[in-house]
Design a binder for this molecule. Sequence first.
Ligand SMILES: Cc1cc2nc3c(=O)[nH]c(=O)nc-3n(C[C@H](O)[C@H](O)[C@H](O)COP(=O)(O)OP(=O)(O)OC[C@H]3O[C@@H](n4cnc5c(N)ncnc54)[C@H](O)[C@@H]3O)c2cc1C
Length: 360
Amino acid sequence: MGRYDIAIVGAGMAGASLAAALGDRARVLLLEAEDRPGYHATGRSAAFWTESYGGPGVQPLTTASGAWLEDGGFLTPRGALTIARAGHEAELEAFAARFAVLGVRVEVLERDALAAAVPGLRPGWTLGAFEPDCRDIDVAALHQHYLGQARRAGAELWCAARLCAATAGARGWHLRCADGREAEAAVLVNAAGAWADGVADLAGAARLGISPLRRTIAQLRVAPAAPATLPLVLDLAERFYFKPEAGRLWLSPHDETPSVPCDAAPEEIDVAAAIARLEQVVDWQVERVEHRWAGLRSFAPDRLPVYGFDPAIARFFWFAGQGGFGIQTAPAAADLAARLLLGDAAGPIDPAPYSPVRFR
Ligand SMILES: Cc1cc2nc3c(=O)[nH]c(=O)nc-3n(C[C@H](O)[C@H](O)[C@H](O)COP(=O)(O)OP(=O)(O)OC[C@H]3O[C@@H](n4cnc5c(N)ncnc54)[C@H](O)[C@@H]3O)c2cc1C
């Protein structure tokens, strides 16, 4: 039976990035329940990096990840525009101010500038907050990069290997997968996305209340075609976002429907709601829904991610609750978690706000 320093449950963006960050300093085993890694949330994202997304508590992780993602060639310019209806100007100004004090570049745009940025914008949308630094992320390339880096450093990836039992002993964990494979590991990392609380159950740890919430995206053909220069357009009231993608439009109703951990599928009612909301924003014709999908974004009760050793169960490490920001924060989050696991000196990010200790 193989013995490892660290076994990571889940080979989505979280598990893959952490395995890469650990490098050859630990013998790492990545366990992935599916036939291929990236099948769940990681393969279903809207693929943007924007510093305000996730709120001020997440922004340090997003900002700290930007330069590495840019240098690696994973980002392309997009720009993000958060728009508000008449009567909500004060909230829009407050939103912009909240991120400007954190060092995020954000400009408040009046109606004329908004209409220039979003052709066909309907009257009534009066103010916007523009973040010029927002980027599209090449999610598949990033995920593959991490998996490749981990593999070259010696990590093993077992696919179709759903962890179904974890028993703690004097030397660490005895792990058993549903297909019968077994391994031993000194430390067990929970990077299981929507299944994080279920993995805690296996290890005898208390659940943290990591809740999977379904998010839907529809790919639309619209007329006139979505201009390639369109920014990511987000609603201040969080009822939609949309962005162009290869001549099409990716549109989400910003849904957050509670779900059990599962292979999430889109519901027609959510796609219809998204289109109805889009029609209140722009005068474009929706010609066709070409494609639709849904994924689970998993949040801790305070909507901040959870990185760190469980306070009650020895050698059990949480790397979960990446919500709607697990791609854009991956480099900084993996660096932080690797430092904690390897006992390295503190890095640029203060781990305290993300520690699981905050729930005890
Ligand atoms: C529609 C949508 C849009 C999004 N847009 C963005 C965006 O624009 N930018 C951004 O940064 N983020 C975005 N996100 C969020 C981002 O996708 C997630 O935060 C991120 O993918 C989470 O990665 P993960 O590895 O934790 O989860 P996952 O990718 O879900 O990986 C968890 C893995 O654990 C495996 N697993 C579970 N249980 C077990 C077990 N017992 N044994 C073995 N393996 C197990 C699962 O099979 C799964 O592959 C979006 C998400 C959705 C759904």
